[in-house]
Design a protein around this ligand. Structure first.
Ligand code: PMP
Length: 353
């Protein structure tokens, strides 16, 4: 047997070789493909954080007591009791964690598509059965979509990626009346300003997942969850033992108060740029899905050609046309003003030739 077949025969059924996740590495002038923030923290703030990082002995493990202390500080900054908080390696680790503690081969999860692919991807690794409800790109999630039989896990993304839409009012409350853990992904909350986190107090089956990736800090890989202490404890038992975060993530979490004002400014800037871009879309006759996030899904006749021509002009956007429900769409992340201008200028040229 060749080595590849030997390895394949060792892997559990359903675990397959697939190409690694890649993103174009062509040179670019505007990077509008990954829903990142367009600006970094100011140099002086980075210098302070770097000094804090230097205070630690990098030859030592970050002791569990450090995680506990950092969590206490972080919880105070965001205004929740520390027993309701977990710090993780991005929001992705929370999605994987939810499947680890609630999924399994005899368990079921509900996902509304099109959405962030990790909800289906992570399910494969512990054989959870996922029901995917297909919505149109511009269709809003309603209570009718929730009225289904029992699931151990219901994933609701608010606002959703890649559509930018919010669920209809009352959907999350309707889901909470079920015997399910309702996992609300608020990765883009800084742009929507709409949260359900306060409901965790009265709803032990509500879990909120957030990340620092979208408003500024994608390179840090820091996420956090808010939920009932029982859920937090199960997740921590599974994910944090004994030291899952590096000093870098812990320093960022501990000094989040230094970072918060910049996140606020950045997200406000993004929201006003989002409006400027959609106003230009209206002028250009480009149809788009109204977004509450830091990206916009818009319609074009030939998505692969538009993607390619923009890439050749140094503007990277996300091509999504092979995803069910998104055949006529591409997604652009809101960038800096000059990046958005370049994108709009090149798009206009492509659409008018
Ligand atoms: N949830 C959603 C809805 C996302 O779009 C993303 C990133 N694209 C994530 C979670 C992952 O976040 P993180 O970078 O914190 O792992």
């Amino acid at each position: 047997m060749n080595p590849e077949n030997t390895v394949k025969s060792l892997l559990r059924e359903g675990i397959s070789f697939s190409p690694p996740f890649t993103v174009s590495d062509l040179p670019y002038k505007a990077k509008l493909d990954q829903n990142e923030a367009p600006s970094d923290l100011p140099e002086d703030v980075k210098a302070i954080l770097l000094d804090k990082l230097k205070e630690h002995e990098w030859n030592r493990y970050p002791q569990p007591v450090m995680y506990a202390k950092v969590k206490e500080v972080f919880a105070k900054i965001i205004g929740f009791p520390q027993e309701n908080i977990i710090l993780t390696i991005g929001c992705d680790q929370l999605i994987q964690g939810a499947y680890l503690i609630l999924g399994g081969h005899d368990r079921k999860a509900l996902v509304f598509e099109p959405t962030y692919p990790m909800f289906s991807h992570a399910a494969k690794f512990n054989q959870t059965k996922v029901t995917r409800v297909q919505l149109a790109a511009d269709e809003v999630l309603t209570k009718n979509h929730i009225n289904r039989s029992n699931y151990h896990l219901i994933f609701i993304v608010a606002p959703n990626n890649p559509t930018g839409t919010m669920p209809e009012e009352g959907v999350i409350e309707a889901a909470l009346s079920k015997d399910s853990l309702v996992f609300v992904d608020e990765a883009y909350v800084d742009f929507s300003k709409r949260t359900w986190a306060h409901l965790t107090k009265d709803h032990p089956n509500l879990f909120i997942a957030r990340t620092l990736s979208k408003s500024c800090m994608a390179g840090v890989r820091l996420g956090y969850g808010i939920g009932h202490p029982g859920i937090i404890n199960a997740l921590e038992t599974m994910l944090t033992a004994p030291y899952h975060l590096s000093y870098f993530q812990l320093v960022i979490a501990k000094h989040f108060n230094l970072i918060q004002p910049y996140l606020k400014d950045l997200s406000e800037g993004i929201v006003s740029e989002r409006k400027r871009v959609t106003d230009r879309f209206d002028e250009m006759g480009v149809s788009f899905v109204p977004s509450q996030a830091n990206f916009i899904l818009f319609r074009v006749n030939d998505p692969p050609a538009v993607f390619q021509k923009l890439a050749e002009a140094g503007v990277r956007i996300r091509s999504l046309h092979s995803i069910p429900g998104l055949a006529g769409y591409v997604r652009v992340t809101i960038g800096k003003r000059e990046e958005n201008d370049l994108f709009l200028e090149k798009l206009r040229a492509i659409l008018t030739t």
